[in-house]
Design a protein. Structure first.
Length: 271
């Protein structure tokens, strides 16, 4: 029963992410970043975000009306099937506003509280990532066919390329900058893409050695975390904990523990 169900959930997640990605890519006004008024661009992005979430949730409800939903833009229902969908229709809204390519649609399905399917579509890269629990992580893109993902072999920490993100609350962002300042001399370098979902997929694809961020929500994490884990990466939060609002970490084995330990020592999770 589990295998056919998970395949069904994967196919539905892929279709939902594909359609939402096309809506966002093709529906974005060309002059969005230079709209005449300050409120106008934000309003347009919010409208696109909500429209993408409605497209996804309507599709899910059509095919699986008894499932629960949790979406960034407010979709919330408990459901009765034991399946809950966790949806971020537009991860990387500021990138989308400015016309930067690093934004994504993230769709995950949980069964009895555990993520079993994750799909992340990155339309401007022409890439889509997916994973089913226990079956590995895969991507399609500019290359031929479907590629199985594997995280990078772990380098020494001082040769690790690590990504992070920053909060929009000024005081939190200032603290995050302090943590990054302490980390930079101990790593190869730090990147900041602006999309948690894309960063987690880049760990899975071997484009990053690690990633960490504070302040993420379930919809930011659900699909990308599964994809990273199914690629062989380790994920967690503070030592001994799962990824959470306090802290989320994903990295190749060998990078994960020393990175997590440094983040704990530097108080990366502090309010």
């Amino acid at each position: 029963m589990t295998e056919p169900l998970h395949t069904e959930l994967l196919q539905l997640a892929q279709e939902a992410a594909r359609r939402a990605g096309e809506l966002l890519r093709d529906g974005r006004p060309a002059d969005l970043a230079v709209a005449a008024t300050k409120s106008s661009p934000i309003d347009v992005v919010t409208e696109m975000d909500i429209a993408a979430e409605k497209l996804i949730t309507d599709l899910i409800a059509e095919h699986r009306p008894d499932d629960g939903l949790l979406g960034e833009e407010g979709a919330s229902s408990d459901g009765t099937s034991g399946i809950r969908w966790v949806v971020d229709p537009l991860d990387g809204t500021v990138n989308y506003l400015y016309g930067l390519p690093t934004w994504a649609v993230s769709v995950a399905a949980e069964q009895d509280g555990e993520t079993v399917v994750g799909v992340v579509a990155v339309p401007m890269r022409g890439e889509t990532y997916h994973a089913v629990r226990g079956r590995g992580a895969y991507a399609v893109g500019a290359w031929a066919g479907q590629r199985r993902l594997a995280c990078r072999p772990a380098p020494p920490l001082d040769q690790a390329l690590v990504s992070t993100g920053f909060n929009y609350v000024a005081e939190v962002r200032a603290h995050q900058a302090d943590v990054a300042q302490q980390l930079i001399p101990l790593l190869r370098d730090i990147r900041r893409s602006g999309s948690a979902a894309v960063d987690l997929c880049d760990v899975a694809a071997g484009r990053l050695d690690g990633y960490y961020e504070r302040g993420l929500h379930p919809w930011d994490l659900a699909a990308g975390d599964l994809i990273a884990r199914e690629s062989g990466a380790l994920t967690g939060g503070r030592p001994g904990e799962r990824p959470a609002r306090d802290l989320a970490v994903a990295a190749s084995p060998g990078v994960f523990e020393p990175l997590q330990r440094l983040l704990e020592d530097f108080g990366a999770w502090h309010d």
